[in-house]
Design a protein around this ligand. Structure first.
Ligand code: OFO
Length: 167
């Protein structure tokens, strides 16, 4: 069944937002790299790649529903942060915004009586719980470390391991 125009536009907007998320995380990765924090840089790069895969899921789904995918414009991502913590807190806030958007999409699907889209979105609902928890955990660790440089170096290596294992 073809998507309703409202549902199609909302899913396309989310596809663009996922690409914007990737863009923000790649820019964050570049900032971490410039600070010689390679572990955080790879973590953010992996996160950016995941966001591109999320965009791909929306893209494929819109086609599966015999509707047209439409790309919106991307904004220039933020390039400078005050600290490793500032960048990670920004990522956390961004994930909260994603969660809100996904939940709004579920509400719209339910209003449109679109059961298939509601089911499709459940994967994202679960994924957001995981992503929020993961980024929050790193924010909390960064808060514990504070300005203690050796602690930050240690955490950077730990986060590098996370980026490799994907968790
Ligand atoms: Fe990090 O989230 Fe996509 O959906």
């Amino acid at each position: 069944m073809v998507l309703s125009a409202k549902m199609r536009d909302a899913l396309n907007a989310q596809m663009t937002f996922e690409l914007q998320s990737a863009y923000e995380y790649f820019a964050m990765s570049a900032w971490y790299k410039a600070q010689n924090l390679e572990g955080f840089a790879s973590f953010m790069k992996m996160h950016g790649i995941e966001e591109m895969q999320h965009a791909q899921k929306f893209y494929d789904y819109v086609f599966e529903r015999m509707s047209e995918a439409e790309f919106g414009a991307l904004k220039k991502p933020k390039a400078k942060y005050d600290s490793a913590l500032d960048a990670m807190e920004t990522a956390f806030k961004h994930e909260l915004a994603v969660t809100k958007r996904i939940h709004d999409l579920v509400d719209l699907a339910s209003k449109e009586k679109d059961k298939a889209t509601e089911a499709f979105l459940q994967w994202f609902v679960t994924e957001q719980v995981e992503e929020e928890a993961l980024v929050d955990e790193i924010v909390q660790r960064l808060k514990q470390v504070g300005d203690f440089a050796p602690g930050l170096f240690f955490l950077d290596r730990e986060v590098a391991g996370r980026a490799q294992s994907g968790h």
